[in-house]
Design a binder for this molecule. Structure first.
Ligand code: GDG
Length: 457
């Protein structure tokens, strides 16, 4: 079996204590790396003005080696905050209005990708297979090919891929598309993202596809596929069962008294539809006065990317909105929205999913959305809660048992909330079983194995 090299912007290096359970993606990739032996390379998360000449930090953990590189503060500004998170992230989430183009940032993105390639190339053996992750590193294959590497290189995009008319608004779309054509396998979350990619290639006259999966562009052949990412379904279900007894979860349960709990969990990000979600909750209460003082909406929203101006503005906007609704609708003994701006421990999160009657997951656009899957896996199958899910999340392609909503349609989401809270136990069980069966098959190990099988085929 060939050795596997994984490259991602950040690397989940195990801390050796086992105290913090790693996310599903880290577990699945670590398992694949352990099986084949391998290397995981990425940014250390640290800045260092001598980054270009300093050594990689190498951590040997049995069959797996972790190699971390620092970046200069300027590199991080241009490559990470500037281009990855202020151009590619909004464009791939269909937010043309939020993309901020700067020549410096665009150049920085390509420069840092070259730097990653220079760090990686000396470590690669001829028969290694290389798996690169996400929008930060699209041009990496181009750089590695320029250095003469002929290894099999796969790429998985964790976020959506937009249609041509959206992509083409980005000044360097041509270079980005040519960069993608240098891989041997391109993995997307859904068939829709794959179709969008094929459409972009065709519209550019850069290449075409023979059977929907096999592409021809720039004199090369490569494959594309939809590989929807999963979670560790069975393990997470077990984890949530045990987490119900967690003291913080029990305390929360008591504190909501006999009210129904609705839960939302999202990084603070404009793609997650938070303002529309709060509007829908407010509308639901207005349309169902009997629900007043009978429900609590708990929104857990750790801050992210606060250095990016659009995120900073959002933080203020959502906090003000939650405060306004609480002021207008709340009573002396009832706070309708509990809005938490920090990250909470994973066992507490799992237990809260389990006691919530509704999982409210309404992104405006999302590659997959693992919160939706975690919420379902955490339920008690005998008396499960209901998932209300945006049709614009990749997860909606798989989770047919959810109540699918259009998050821009505030009335529609409010109706779905009312329906979720009054749904019969029988219907809840049927819907849950349907989703759970799919998720037990399509778990994160399945995702990892399918991608690697196609990359090595
Ligand atoms: C990207 C794509 C795609 C959140 N708050 C807390 C917490 N979380 C955990 C959740 C979940 C993860 O963070 C979020 O994953 P998502 O998939 O929902 O969203 P992104 O971060 O945007 O991820 C997405 C994903 O990549 C994988 O391919 O699904 O579409 O955008 O696991 O549980 N965890 C803890 N405390 C929190 O407060 N412990």
């Amino acid at each position: 079996m060939s050795r596997l090299i994984v490259v991602s912007n950040r690397v989940p290096v195990p801390d050796g204590t086992g105290a913090a359970p790693a996310g599903g993606l880290a577990v699945a990739l670590q398992a694949a790396l352990e099986e084949r032996g391998g290397l995981w390379l990425g940014w250390s998360g640290k800045t260092n003005e001598e980054a270009e000449t300093s050594d990689l930090t190498v951590i040997d953990a049995g069959p797996v080696t972790y190699a971390l590189t620092d970046l200069t503060a300027n590199d991080v500004d241009e490559y990470y905050f500037g281009f990855a998170n202020r151009v590619l992230w909004p464009i791939c989430h269909y937010r043309l209005d939020l993309a901020e183009y700067g020549r410096k940032e665009m150049a920085g993105y390509f420069r840092v990708n070259r730097f990653f390639a220079e760090r990686l190339a000396p470590l690669v053996r001829p028969d290694d297979i290389i798996w690169i992750h996400d929008y930060h590193l699209i041009p990496l294959a181009t750089e590695l090919r320029h250095m003469g590497l002929t290894n099999r290189i796969g790429f998985f995009l964790h976020i959506p891929w937009p249609p041509a008319d959206v992509l083409f608004t980005m000044p360097v779309y041509d270079q980005i598309m040519r960069g993608l054509a240098q891989y041997d396998l391109l993995g997307f979350q859904t068939d829709h993202d794959l179709e969008n990619f094929a459409g972009c290639l065709r519209r550019m006259g850069l290449g075409d596809t023979t059977d929907g999966f096999q592409f021809h562009a720039q004199g090369r052949s490569f494959r594309g596929g939809a590989y929807g990412i999963g979670i560790e379904t069975a393990a997470f279900a077990e984890f949530a069962r045990n987490a119900e007894a967690n003291p913080t979860v029990q305390k929360t349960r008591r504190s909501v008294e006999n009210r129904d709990l609705i839960i939302g969990v999202d990084r603070l990000d404009y793609s997650k539809g938070l303002t529309q979600r709060i509007d829908a909750f407010e509308r639901f209460l207005a349309m169902n006065p009997q629900a007043q003082n009978r429900v609590t909406f708990l929104q857990i929203t750790p801050k992210s990317r606060s250095e990016v101006p659009e995120y900073e503005a959002m933080q203020r906007q959502v906090a003000e909105q939650a405060g306004r609704v609480n002021g207008a609708i709340g009573t002396v003994d009832w706070v309708p929205i509990r809005y938490i701006n920090r990250s909470i421990a994973r066992p507490v999160l799992a237990g809260l999913y389990r006691i919530a009657r509704v999982g409210l997951v309404t992104p405006l656009r999302d590659g997959m959305n693992l919160v939706a899957k975690e919420y379902v896996a955490a339920q008690d199958g005998e008396d499960p809660g209901v998932l209300v899910l945006s049709r614009f999340a990749g997860a909606a392609r798989e989770l047919n048992g959810a109540l699918l909503v259009n998050p821009y349609d505030v009335d529609g989401t409010a109706h779905a909330l009312a329906r979720a809270l009054t749904m019969s136990r029988e219907e809840r069980r049927d819907r849950w079983r349907q989703m759970m069966d799919v998720m037990l098959t399509n778990d994160v190990s399945h995702w990892c194995r399918s991608f690697l099988a196609d990359l090595t085929a």
